[in-house]
Design a protein around this ligand. Structure first.
Ligand code: ADP
Ligand code: PLP
Length: 284
């Protein structure tokens, strides 16, 4: 199994490819990583050093891999934090080239735009590119609740709003939608939900809310979901695994009092999560 993963790189800590690549490798998946930026650390610290790559930089790596004749063995493309809107076209170029070489390959787009606490944290043009181009090309999308509201142009407070917003995203193209960090008006104060729609009703995993705020969990959960989906061809199995593994990772991170997620220290969670949460099928 091979995944082409196009997202950010940080030297210190774990977001983007530095959060996604190792969990996938630990699951036995080979990852061909292309970095959209190389930063010292994630932008949640407020300060960082490093470079944002151009669309051309990203494109030449894709074309270089294609020249090796490898794309027919690529099972999926995963994209995340873009750095600059100009990189978007190169990601779609990658998706087109991979689909040409392997018509069964899937594209999973994590539409990294922002979150409830920080608002939009990407450069101008990226939110619009995600909404108008990337999501339309994707088979699977993994927005958090804030990003779901942006993509659907709606506000999500009740279950009916969530259903309508997810339906609006399906209408753009993706057959599978995973919404992370779902907190509705009836969500218990001590819980956080992950909701997946794969065509026939909503599936939900509810986990305890931990007393931490970290970056990179969204990148990990998208990778875990996509990897498991490609391995098992089951959205339910992918949801159960991704939610359980991410919870295990964050529980260990909270216990250690770490500002960075314990991608290496908690690696067993990516294979055998300590607590396996079950999937509920929500009634219509
Ligand atoms: N404080 C927390 N307590 C429990 N789970 C969390 C917490 N923060 C994140 N998670 C888990 O990680 C998932 C992804 O995190 P999220 O913050 O939504 O990612 P993103 O980076 O895309 O905003 C959430 O759906 C949830 O399962
Ligand atoms: C460089 C970089 N990549 C990716 C992300 C996305 O992180 P998260 O998984 O928390 O959405 C961030 C968020 O700050 C970032 O700074």
């Amino acid at each position: 199994m091979n995944i082409l993963s196009i997202q950010s790189w940080v030297s210190y800590g774990h977001v983007g490819n530095a959060s996604a690549v190792f969990p996938l490798q630990r699951m036995g998946i080979d990852v061909w990583a292309i970095n959209t930026v190389q930063f010292s650390n994630h932008t949640g610290y407020g300060k960082w050093t490093g470079q944002v790559y151009t669309g051309e930089n990203v494109r030449e790596l894709i074309d270089g891999i294609a020249e090796r004749g490898a794309l027919e063995r690529c099972n999926g493309v995963l994209s995340g934090y873009m750095g600059d809107a100009g990189i978007g076209e190169s990601i779609l170029h990658a998706v087109a080239r991979v689909r040409e070489a392997n018509p069964n390959a899937l594209y999973c787009c994590d539409p990294v735009i922002g979150d409830v606490g920080r608002g939009v944290f990407v450069r101008p043009g990226i939110p619009e590119f995600m909404r108008d181009r990337a999501v339309a090309a994707a088979d699977i999308v993994t927005p958090n609740q804030f990003e779901l509201e942006y993509l659907s142009g709606t506000t999500v407070a009740h279950t009916a709003d969530l259903e309508a917003a997810i339906a609006a995203v399906h209408a753009i193209g993706p057959k599978i939608v995973m919404v992370t960090s779902v907190r509705l008006d009836d969500t218990p104060d001590d819980a956080v939900d992950i909701v997946v729609s794969a065509g026939s009703g909503l599936m939900r995993v509810r986990t305890p809310l931990l007393p931490i705020g970290v970056n990179g969990a969204g990148d990990a959960i998208a990778a875990l979901f996509f990897g498991k989906f490609l391995q098992e061809q089951s959205a339910e199995a992918a949801l159960a695994h991704a939610a359980s593994a991410t919870h295990g990772l964050l529980k260990r991170t909270a216990e250690a009092g770490s500002r960075e997620i314990l991608t290496v220290g908690a690696q067993d969670e990516f294979v055998s999560p300590t607590t396996r949460f079950s999937v509920e099928h929500l009634a219509k």
